[in-house]
Design a protein around this ligand. Structure first.
Ligand SMILES: [Mn+2]
Length: 354
């Protein structure tokens, strides 16, 4: 297995991609996948890779562990994507017959849920595994892994890979479909080009994508302007339950199962609730705590500056980035709130004392 590359700044990109390019070249049937509860980055990167690999004559199938959120279903190729069912012989066949499994936007194979044991078993019999991601702390499971945390999105790395493929095959591969995927990946993971990793280089990539003729307004409309009356009601409940602590440096929003059931909304409808707390300029840490049906609590965190909330997430088996992380705490909502308030208050105080 190759050594994962983590946090390398300005790597000699072509050489980084050589093991990946070789595995792709030798593959005929390729399965693309991303993490459970997929997002715009994972899905957009799948879409881009699907377009490019099909242009190279590969047999490509997208298989995801969980449903594709409604607002991303407009993306090309996703209407044919499989949502993996463990008991489906057909799904297993697609996964088992692939000679290459390409995982995007997570570096933990467990986040493919029921696909994990099958992929690892097939790997023992020669199926190759590629992992492309930009999160910290990768697991060592892939035959070729490019995990670079300087990247604003997996889509940025998928772009670099596609450029390396263009060079290798001497042809243009970023068509409109690939550009829609990459644009979606980068736009969503940079929170519309405003998070810290949105470099001049990222804007140059986006400029190239726009030159294919894609419409930023149309993509934004489809992904973000999707509020329903139900979601609006959930937002009002959420915003109404925000609490501010520590001189307004810490904000948290509890979401109960009854709020979700009363408003007929789902976990995926809670995605942007954090923005209301981040929008308060005094907040250094914002927490969204969602009561799960099984009694545990899903926690999403955002922070500003040097406050590494991924370290808190890791204590509960989660992870993410320094300023954006998540985990599932094995406690009911009220206890999880208490625990997370203690953890985040300690983090705030440690920073203050240093
Ligand atoms: Mn990502």
């Amino acid at each position: 297995m190759s050594n994962p590359l983590v946090g390398v700044k300005n790597p000699a990109l072509t050489s980084v991609w050589i093991p990946v390019l070789e595995l792709i070249e030798n593959a005929t049937r390729i399965v693309l996948s991303t993490h459970e509860n997929s997002d715009g980055d994972g899905l957009g990167s799948e879409v881009a890779m699907c377009s490019v690999l099909r242009q190279l004559g590969k047999d490509v199938c997208i298989i995801n562990p969980t449903n594709i959120p409604k607002n991303y279903q407009f993306l090309p190729y996703l209407s044919d994507a499989l949502i993996f069912q463990e008991d489906s012989a057909e799904h297993r066949k697609f996964l088992e017959q692939a000679d290459l499994f390409m995982l995007l936007d997570t570096n933990h194979i467990g986040r493919t849920r029921a696909m994990k044991p099958i992929v690892l078993e097939r790997q023992k019999h020669g199926q190759k595994v590629i992992c492309i991601d930009h999160h910290l702390h990768p697991e060592d499971f892939a035959d070729a892994m490019v995990c670079l945390s300087y990247a604003c999105a997996t889509g940025e790395l998928a772009y670099e890979l596609i450029k390396a493929m263009e060079e290798r095959y001497g042809k243009t591969l970023i068509d409109k479909n690939a550009a829609i995927g990459l644009y979606t990946a980068i736009m969503t993971d940079t929170a519309s080009f405003k998070l810290p990793k949105t470099t001049a280089h990222v804007h140059r990539i986006v400029a190239e994508l726009l030159e294919t003729g894609i419409s930023p307004m149309e993509i934004y409309e489809k992904i973000y302007n999707t509020l329903s009356e139900n979601v609006l009601k959930l937002i009002s409940y959420g915003v109404g339950s925000v609490k501010l602590l520590e001189q307004n440096m810490l904000a948290y929003m509890p979401i109960t199962q009854s709020m979700l059931s009363e408003t007929k909304t789902a976990l995926s409808d809670t995605e942007r609730l954090l923005d209301y707390m981040v929008g308060i300029p005094t907040t250094r840490i914002s927490l969204l705590l969602i009561e799960l049906p099984d009694g545990r609590t899903k926690v999403s965190m955002r922070s500003r500056g040097d406050l590494a909330v991924n370290e808190i997430a890791m204590q509960y088996g989660g992870g993410g980035h320094k300023n954006a992380a998540g985990c599932t705490v094995p406690l009911p909502l009220p206890q999880a709130i208490e625990k997370l308030i203690t953890d985040t208050t300690n983090l705030l105080q440690n920073i203050h004392n240093n």
